[in-house]
Design a protein around this ligand. Structure first.
Ligand SMILES: Nc1ncnc2c1ncn2[C@@H]1O[C@H](COP(=O)(O)OP(=O)(O)OP(=O)(O)O)[C@@H](O)[C@H]1O
Length: 449
């Protein structure tokens, strides 16, 4: 498996633990959580011997080895738990185990949502907001997991944070009906449908491409893309009684990433017809007051606050970037447990039309001159395209920029080689076949194997 391109050469579980073959026992008291950060160079293997333990709301089976790599997470003891673990990186006597003091808020929220689901065919649409590192993504994930745990609900999970490639690549925003268990071992929640079989039931997301790294690089485009996603997501809900009743749970970017007036939040709120906002943080937060002022008095009772989650392990840019890389790698190559087989095709420069979203920060001049939500065309050369992630749209190659921006996307490709002498490119695609005669959009993400 080491020879597979794109999968780094960390070896099998057995080899990794050779250096420290110790199996450690750990007891967690009911209500405790073990906070863990494991790097990409190591693996942690955990086996629950006794008791019910959860990771972001997904219960772990007893006597099964779970393998974690490049992941910050916590194992929560729903009841007293005995477990065994092995890892070169963690020190047996110095583990971070503490009481999870915010679990009760999540339970209350979940039961409130259950009541709303039972009371109406039109399920609750909730949006989770807060500053960076308050637990928005973790709360969204836990609520999705709880929703499907005991009943056959299928909540629509909406990710409006383009920096997180959950069920898709970074740069995209997505809406995914969650119908089956989420993978507790995956920081990206599990695999999406790219090619071939996946270990767990794969999820089929509705995806819209934003394409830039930071929302501030083109806020208008971001809002347009939210509206486009909302349109297809709402359609999906209307046409599927189960998803409709289950409602939707929306994860948003950190408030620091949004405009001063939080206008992106308002667009999301209106487009997704949100009926509850959950704020993660303190009563005294400036942003909490700001949000309350954005809505009429009649809506204030629907803005709920819960404290920042106690399990939080603050993340930095390096970790976030490593997750983005893993998410691109998994999109094309799968995981150790379900390896995918991407295809490389050769294409002539003349057979391509490539656009890219305007970056308003780099290109101040354009901001004054033209509509900010437009694309610009990209000259095909190595410096623009080498190692870049591109989205393949349904728009014909000859279509104009506005049609390309509005078009649904077929999927993503990775430009692995640009040969300027021969006028040829090599593009990695998740499925076999010729390159469709469609327009492409260059994203800001690069991936070098
Ligand atoms: N029990 C827990 N609850 C919340 N977060 C946890 C927990 N255990 C570990 N974490 C980790 O804390 C980190 C921050 O959490 P999370 O990503 O949910 O915050 P966020 O508010 O969505 O962050 P950002 O605003 O940067 O997107 C993540 O790496 C997450 O995996």
């Amino acid at each position: 498996m080491e020879s597979l391109p794109g999968i780094n050469d960390a070896s099998s579980n057995q080899e990794v633990v050779n250096g420290d073959d110790e199996i450690h026992d750990l007891s967690l008291k009911k209500g405790d959580e073990w906070k863990i950060g494991v790097s990409s160079d190591n693996k942690l293997i955990v086996k629950i011997i006794h008791g019910i333990a959860e990771i972001f709301g997904t219960e772990l089976a007893n006597n099964k080895d779970y393998v974690f790599q490049n992941f910050k997470f916590s194992i929560f003891a729903v009841e007293d738990v005995e477990l065994q673990w092995r890892c070169m990186e963690l020190v047996g006597t110095n583990l971070s185990v503490q009481e999870n003091i915010t679990a009760k808020y999540i339970y209350n929220l979940h039961f409130a949502l259950e009541k709303l689901r039972a009371a109406s065919f039109d399920g609750p649409k909730i949006m989770i907001v807060g500053n960076s590192n308050t637990g928005k993504t973790s709360l969204t994930r836990t609520l999705c997991s709880y929703a499907i745990k005991y009943k056959t609900y299928q909540p629509l999970f909406v990710n409006l944070n383009p920096a997180e490639g959950i069920f898709t690549v970074p740069g995209a925003i997505s809406a995914t009906p969650v119908s089956d268990i989420l993978d507790p071992q995956s920081s990206r929640w599990g695999q999406s449908m790219t090619s071939g079989a996946t270990e767990l039931h794969s999820k089929q997301p509705l995806v819209k491409n934003f394409g830039l790294e930071y929302i501030r690089e083109n806020r208008e485009l971001y809002k347009v893309v939210i509206s486009q996603l909302a349109e297809v997501a709402m359609n999906r809900m209307q046409n599927d009684a189960l998803v409709h009743r289950s409602g939707c749970i929306i994860n948003t970017p950190p408030l620091e990433d949004l405009d001063d007036d939080l206008s992106e939040l308002l667009v999301s709120f209106n487009q997704f017809k949100v009926n509850y906002i959950i704020y993660l943080g303190e009563e005294t937060d400036e942003n909490f007051s700001k949000i309350k002022k954005m809505f009429p008095e009649s809506f204030l009772a629907n803005i709920l606050r819960i404290p920042k989650l106690s399990g939080i392990i603050p993340t930095d840019d390096i970790y976030k970037r490593s997750l983005q890389r893993s998410s691109i790698r998994e999109y094309f190559y799968g995981t150790y447990n379900s390896v995918l087989s991407p295809y490389t095709i050769g294409v002539d420069f003349d057979d391509l039309t490539v656009w890219k979203p305007k970056n308003m920060i780099e290109d101040q001049e354009n901001m004054e001159q033209s509509s900010p939500s437009k694309y610009t065309s990209v000259e095909i050369n190595a410096s623009n395209l080498q190692h870049s992630l591109v989205s393949l749209t349904y728009a014909d190659r000859k279509e104009n920029e506005s049609a390309v921006q509005k078009a649904a996307i077929l999927g993503y490709g990775l430009v692995t080689e640009v040969n300027e002498k021969r006028h040829k490119l090599r593009i990695l695609l998740p499925v076999p076949g010729a390159l469709p005669n469609k327009a492409m959009v260059l994203t800001s993400y690069r991936y070098l194997e």
